[in-house]
Every structure is written in structure tokens, then in C-alpha cells.
Design a protein around this ligand. Structure first.
Ligand SMILES: Nc1ncnc2c1ncn2[C@@H]1O[C@H](COP(=O)(O)OP(=O)(O)OP(=O)(O)O)[C@@H](O)[C@H]1O
Length: 775
């Protein structure tokens, strides 16, 4: 009786607590509505202020404040879901509610604390053994605007056992989050960030931070929350320069694409290494041999040699037959007389050396070479025609020669105007050019004949990810003959200055000066057309310098790719996230020092994440066996969860796959989606993707958004990097192991994609490292 009475007391206390929290949360949403309505009204008022016309100043004013209000409305709308998710009670009787953004009431009292502020920090860092000033931490679970559950942790040390002390922060809330079926998109985890992740997220902006962690330890999720945190804590710097997030492929970018907007942040450029060079979208993959050669920083010297090789001096003298007399016959102009202009070999060599000595980029230096060559040709012309030449004549003669197709052709052959695309494409598809670029300036060998052979490919081949750093390198060395662009830039600068002074006027009128500076406003609102965001401008500009760069799955970047990345972040304010045990690219990292020391020697700091939130313990044991076999130096992570079904192996003859696989996919999908939402992936060796996709027409297999939305998807292991699925079917483990020097790492990656169920389908004997699987 007594027992039942105390239980009902507890129930009613809980119901009462839930009611109290509901009324607070309702108040917060009401407040959010008010603030949002005000911003919307202000936006409407701005749009209504005068017709399209008006003075230029009026237009700038309107655009400036309308842009700001629009951003505010967008931000306020993005925080609707899970607005408030936590509460802290401290030992001084104070209570704070934690949420996605800060909110103040009508009397300017803080009613909701932004998760990124120092005041919110104990929510993530307090542990039973080190609670700081906290008496209690409460997790609020909401559905829509309704509070559906609360989880409490009471920090009462005296009554807790040692194992409890070591228990994870917010365990109940965390477990509930981890048990949820996957939706095909990564979600934010603001409500359940763990202490070790919190340290990564709030680590200072300057310098390079490496986050090393095994699969599923939340590296990606921590890196994205770090982006949101940095944008909040250093808004001034980062909003103007932008934050760049580099991921392994576009499917992955789609997978993580929702996380930052759900945290209210949109000013981030998400891209892949294959897209770092504007204008090129490289998705093709090199052979492992080519990957290794292209990934080596020696390629920077090869590109330099290729550029040098394009600057030629004729074997003998330069001879150009130019028309001196033309006549029109039958309506067509024909040359009736030519004369041959001649510049001797030594003069050509001098012209080249002089232009080269200035050390300008190739296309800029070309102007100098062309000028000298034209002068020499004009002088020869004057000599042959026995004409005197003063400065004025010479200028005129040079211009006339430059308009002559024959002269242009001849000089182009000696010092062509080159785009990076042309240089690299021609280098990689021409054995002679490749051979010529395989030697340094002192004759030292840069590429062996085998390495040249690995690079050589047919003309017109698609761009590969490995080509992008070469293009970027070439762009640095070639530069642009930008005299026209520079004039345009000067004009744009003059206009920007003018706009800045308008913007300053606007600020004074609107009393917004505290919120932002005039330059930021003017840059955001160039007149004519909608203002491009920082992210848009940055993504289109190869030479854009970012405020911070985050590289995910960073182990896949080659040394050459790091050069490309580092060019975009001269301050070296970087977050490097990855796992050297998962490196699949033959040119990827074996250690972080190998890749980073050339840029930040001894100055990078490392954080390690050790707990796996994705893969259940039973599946992780299988993965650990694989890791031990392929890279015994790496430690597997500790899983926080147990699985629902033991991982298993299914034997199938290749001839039977057409019946076995569809049946397996069907039954696994039933198991997974029994609880509602869920995703299944069939992971294949790279070479068998097409064949398996054909056997499973009901599953998505192209790298589109559809692949993430479909209940089942067929992917190569490489494509699955960074993703996760409730159920994973790994096909032909022996072939995955054999598909390259990093086949073992690939198998490790494949197994660790599973959040609930793992099935390995094998046609040949099961590799011994998978012996643990139930058969
Ligand atoms: N604090 C947390 N609260 C809730 N879920 C979490 C937390 N940390 C990680 N997770 C979940 O664990 C899963 C793995 O996270 P994530 O993809 O960031 O790991 P990763 O270390 O990048 O893995 P990989 O190296 O395999 O790419 C995700 O579903 C993520 O949402």
C-alpha cells in the first residue's frame, strides 16, 4: 500500500513538473511569435517604403535594412523546432533555460539562454563527479510546442555510486536520441552534446585543431556545432570572411546540409575538394596509382615545369611572314605580297629571360615578352623597308603587328596565354609534354617513366578530384592578364566607397551602429540585384580567404589537396576532423603530422573522441577485429549502446544473388522500419556497384538527394563515407579487402556505417577477420 502511495505521489509530482515546464515553454513560444511578427512587420514596412524608384540613397537604405530584417526573420523561423531543450538549477537558487537562441521578455529579462553562451556551458560539461555550481540538469523533450517528457539528473554526490559518477552526461536523453530511426539526414544534437564534444566545439578560433576519433564518435556532428559556435562567438570576423566546410562528396554534403540551418546558421560554404576550384566539378576518380602521384607535393614542381615548358625559344631565328599587300578579289580579301620578319635566336632568348626574371605569373609576364618581341619585329620591319622610326612610329607599328594573325600565332607558340584547364588537360594527355615536365630546372627527375605512365590519359577525360589541386596550382602560377579586370576592380572600389558612405548614413538614421559596421553592410548590399551572401561570393572566388575552414573526413586529403586548402586560410584557423584508421585514398593521410607539419609545424593541437555513439557494441566488436587485422596500432572506440540483433553472415552463390539479395533487402527493411522511420544501405565493392544496383531496382543508387530519401540505397563503400544507416548489408567482403591497398580500411568503414543491424553477404569463404559473425 505504502509503496503504491509513494509511486502515485511521484507520478503527480512528475505531472506537476511537466505542467510547469509546459507553461514556461508556451511563454517562450509566445515570445518567439511576438519577436518574429515584429521582424516580419518591419520587413514589410521596409519593402513598402516608397516605390522602386526614389533616390539612390533611399534605395540603399531600404535594401540594407530589408536585408537585415530578412535574415532576422529567417533565423527566428529556423529555431522553431526544439526551441528550448534544457534547464539548469544552480546552488544559488537561480534557474536558466537553455535553447537554440537567446530570448528576452518585454522587460528585457533573459528568458532563454543561447546554447553557445558561457552561461549555458554547464549544461554540457557538468558531470556527477564534477557538477560545478549545478544542483540539477533537466532535459526537456518537446514535440511541436508540447513538452512530452523531462529527464532529470540530480547532482547529489553523496548518494551516487562510482559507476554512476562516470556515467555519461544526460544519459537518458542521449539514449533516446540514439535509439531514434535514421531519417537519411543528420540532425543537430544541441540537446545532448557530450562533454568531450563540447570541448571540441568551444575550442578557441585561432590555430589548427585536429579532432581524431574512430567511426561514430560524433566528429562530424561536433565539427558542425563548432561552426555554429564560432559564428556566434566571432560573428564580426566570420560573417564577413565566411566559414568553409569541406566534406568528402556531394552526397555527404546533402546528408549534413540541414544541421547548420537548424542551428540558425546559413553563412557557411559547404563543398568538396573536387569543387574547390570554381568552374570545375570534379567527381571522377583516379586509379590508385595516379592518385598517389597526383597527391604528392612534387606535382607542384611538375606543374611549374609544365608552365616553363610552354615558354619556348625557336631553334633558330624567329621568322614570321606577314602580309604587306592585300587586294579584294571577288569580294574576298587576299594577300598578294608578304615579307618575312626575322628576330634572331639570341634576341628571342633575351626577351624570354627578361620576362621570366620579373617573376610575375606566366600570363602577366607574357605581356612583357610580347612587348619585347613586337619591338624586335617592328625594328626589323623598319630596317627592311628602310624607314626611320621614332617612339610614336614604333608604338603604331607594334600595334599593327599585334593585329596580324600570323604574328599572334607565332608569339602564342612561344609564350601562349594559358588557362589552368588547358595547361593541366594538355599536360596529362600528351606523353611528350608530360616527359618534358618531368624534370626540374636543374635537370633533376620529378617523375619516373612509370609515374608518367600512371598520369597519362586520353584527351577529353573528365576531371578527377586529384586534378583540382593541380588546377589550383596552375592558376597560381599562370595568373591572369588582368589589366582589364583591374580597371573594373578600381571602378568597383570607387563605387563601394561611395556606397559605404551611404551605408554609414543609413546606420546613423536607423541607430544600428552597434549591431554592424558600415563596411559589412555595404559589402552585403552592392547596388543592382539582390545582394549576394558572403557564402555565395566566397564560393565563386578562387582567391577568397576564409575566416575559418573545417575539413571533414580529412584523412582522405592528399598532400597536394592540403596545399589547395591552406591557400584559402592563410591564418591557419582550421578544424581538421577525421580518422587516420579510415583512410581509403591511396594518397590520403597516414598521420596528421605528415599532412599538417609543413604548414603548422608543432603548432596544431589534437582532441580525441573515444566514445562511439553510432555503432552498437556487438557490431563494433566485429569492426574491432577488422581494425586489429589491418592497423593494429589503432584503438577501437567504446560503444555506448547494445544492439538489437547480433551481426551475421549470409553465404550466397553469385548465381543466386538475384534472388537472395532482394529477399534480404525486403526482410531487413521490415525489421528496421518496424519502429517507424529507418534506412538501409547495401554497400558494394567499387567495381560491382552497377551490377548490384541492377539487381535491386527498388533501391536508389545514384548520388542524388533521392539516395538519402529512399528507404534503401546501393552505394560503394567510398560513397558511404561519413554516412550511417539503421541497417547495412555489406556485399563481398573479400573483394572489398582486395580492391586496393586500403581495402581493409574500406571494410572497416563499411561495417561501422550500421546503427542497428549488420549483415555480411559473402560468395567466397568468409575472411578470417570476420569469424565473429553469426552464421
Ligand atoms: N552528443 C550526441 N548526441 C546525440 N547523438 C550523437 C551525439 N554525438 C554523436 N551522435 C550521433 O552519432 C552518430 C555519429 O556521429 P558522426 O557522424 O558525427 O560521427 P563521425 O565521428 O563523424 O563518424 P565517421 O568517422 O564514421 O564519419 C550520428 O548519428 C550523431 O548524430
Amino acid at each position: 500500500m505504502e509503496h503504491r502511495a509513494s509511486e502515485s505521489t511521484r507520478d503527480s509530482a512528475r505531472a506537476e513538473a511537466l505542467r510547469a515546464e509546459q507553461s514556461y515553454v508556451t511563454m517562450l513560444y509566445d515570445r518567439l511569435d511576438v519577436v518574429r511578427e515584429r521582424a516580419e512587420a518591419a520587413l514589410r514596412a521596409e519593402h513598402g517604403r516608397g516605390a522602386q524608384g526614389g533616390t539612390r540613397q533611399a534605395r540603399v537604405e531600404r535594401d540594407v535594412s530589408a536585408g537585415e530584417y530578412a535574415r532576422r526573420v529567417a533565423r527566428l523561423s529556423s529555431i522553431e523546432r526544439g526551441l528550448c531543450f534544457g534547464r539548469l538549477d544552480d546552488d544559488e537558487g537561480e534557474t536558466y533555460y537553455i535553447g537554440r537562441a537567446g530570448l528576452r521578455d518585454e522587460r528585457d529579462e533573459l528568458v532563454l539562454v543561447d546554447w553557445r553562451t558561457p552561461a549555458a556551458r554547464p549544461f554540457y560539461t557538468a558531470t556527477p563527479s564534477d557538477p560545478g555550481p549545478l544542483v540539477r540538469r533537466r532535459h526537456l523533450h518537446t514535440r511541436g510546442r508540447t513538452v512530452v517528457r523531462i529527464d532529470d539528473e540530480v547532482f547529489d554526490l553523496g548518494r551516487m555510486s562510482e559507476p554512476d559518477r562516470r556515467a555519461l552526461v544526460g544519459e537518458a536523453a542521449l539514449m533516446a536520441a540514439l535509439r531514434r530511426g535514421r531519417t537519411g539526414r543528420m540532425g543537430d544534437v544541441v540537446a545532448t552534446i557530450q562533454t568531450e564534444q563540447d570541448q571540441v566545439i568551444r575550442s578557441g578560433l585561432p590555430g589548427a585543431l585536429v579532432v581524431q576519433g574512430a567511426p561514430g564518435t560524433g566528429k562530424t556532428v561536433a565539427a558542425l556545432h563548432r561552426a555554429a559556435y564560432l559564428l556566434y562567438a566571432h560573428r564580426d570576423t566570420l560573417e564577413r570572411r565566411g566559414v568553409l566546410v569541406i566534406g568528402p562528396n556531394t552526397l555527404f554534403l546533402r546528408y549534413i546540409g540541414q544541421v547548420l540551418p537548424s542551428l540558425g546558421e546559413t553563412d557557411v560554404v559547404l563543398t568538396t575538394v573536387g569543387e574547390l576550384y570554381p568552374g570545375v566539378r570534379a567527381t571522377a576518380r583516379d586509379t590508385p596509382e595516379a592518385e598517389v602521384v597526383k597527391g604528392d607535393t612534387r606535382m607542384a614542381e611538375v606543374i611549374a615545369a609544365a608552365v616553363r615548358d610552354r615558354r619556348r625559344v625557336p631553334d633558330g631565328d624567329l621568322e614570321v611572314a606577314v602580309p604587306v599587300k592585300t587586294s579584294v578579289r571577288g569580294g574576298v580579301e587576299v594577300v598578294v605580297e608578304r615579307m618575312t620578319l626575322r628576330v634572331d635566336h639570341a634576341t628571342c632568348a633575351r626577351a624570354r629571360d627578361r620576362a621570366q626574371a620579373v617573376r610575375n605569373p606566366h600570363n602577366v609576364a607574357r605581356k612583357l615578352f610580347v612587348d619585347s618581341a613586337l619591338t624586335a619585329l617592328a625594328l626589323d620591319e623598319a630596317r627592311q623597308l628602310d624607314r626611320p622610326m621614332d617612339e610614336e612610329d614604333l608604338r603604331y607599328a607594334r600595334q599593327a603587328l599585334w593585329r596580324t594573325a600570323e604574328v599572334r600565332e607565332a608569339l602564342d607558340a612561344l609564350w601562349p596565354l594559358l588557362t589552368p584547364e588547358r595547361l593541366v588537360a594538355e599536360l596529362l594527355s600528351d606523353a611528350d609534354r608530360l616527359r618534358a615536365a618531368s624534370y626540374g630546372p636543374g635537370g633533376e627527375v620529378l617523375l619516373t617513366p612509370e609515374q608518367q605512365g600512371a598520369l597519362l590519359r586520353p584527351p577529353g577525360s573528365p576531371w578527377t578530384t586529384g586534378d583540382v589541386p593541380l588546377l589550383d596550382e596552375a592558376a597560381e602560377l599562370l595568373g591572369e592578364d588582368d589589366s582589364a579586370a583591374r580597371a573594373a576592380e578600381r571602378e568597383a572600389l570607387r563605387r563601394r566607397r561611395e556606397e559605404r558612405s551611404y551605408a554609414r548614413g543609413v546606420l546613423e538614421i536607423n541607430e544600428l551602429t552597434e549591431m554592424m559596421d558600415a563596411r559589412a553592410l555595404a559589402e552585403r548590399t552592392p547596388s543592382g540585384g539582390p545582394a549576394p551572401t558572403t557564402a555565395e561570393r566566397a564560393a565563386a572566388d578562387r582567391e577568397w580567404v576564409y575566416g575559418h575552414v573545417i575539413v571533414d573526413e580529412a584523412q582522405e586529403l592528399s598532400a597536394m589537396a592540403w596545399r589547395t586548402v591552406m591557400r584559402r586560410i592563410p591564418t591557419r584557423s582550421l578544424t581538421v576532423v577525421g580518422d587516420v584508421a579510415q583512410t581509403g585514398s591511396a594518397a590520403g593521410a597516414r598521420s596528421w603530422a605528415e599532412m599538417l607539419d609543413p604548414y603548422v609545424k608543432g603548432r596544431w593541437r589534437e582532441a580525441r573522441l573515444l566514445v562511439n555513439y553510432r555503432t552498437p557494441a556487438e557490431i563494433m566488436e566485429v569492426a574491432a577485429d577488422v581494425l586489429k587485422a589491418v592497423d593494429p596500432s589503432q584503438r577501437p572506440p567504446v560503444s555506448v549502446r547494445d544492439g538489437e540483433a547480433p551481426p551475421r553472415a549470409v553465404r550466397a552463390d553469385r548465381a543466386d544473388l538475384a534472388t537472395v539479395l532482394p529477399a534480404l533487402v525486403r526482410s531487413e527493411l521490415e525489421e528496421i522500419t518496424g519502429l517507424g522511420e529507418g534506412r538501409l544501405a547495401v554497400l558494394t565493392p567499387d567495381a560491382r556497384h552497377g551490377e548490384i544496383a541492377a539487381l535491386l531496382p527498388g533501391s536508389a543508387s545514384a548520388l542524388t538527394a533521392e539516395a538519402l530519401d529512399s528507404p534503401s540505397v546501393v552505394l560503394t563503400v567510398t560513397q558511404s563515407k561519413g554516412l550511417e544507416f539503421d541497417g547495412v548489408i555489406v556485399l563481398a567482403p573479400d573483394e572489398i579487402l582486395a580492391q586496393g591497398p586500403k581495402g581493409g580500411q574500406d571494410l572497416y568503414v563499411a561495417i561501422t556505417r550500421a546503427t542497428r543491424r549488420l549483415t555480411v553477404v559473402h560468395e567466397n569463404a568468409l575472411p578470417p577477420m570476420l569469424a565473429r559473425l553469426r552464421r
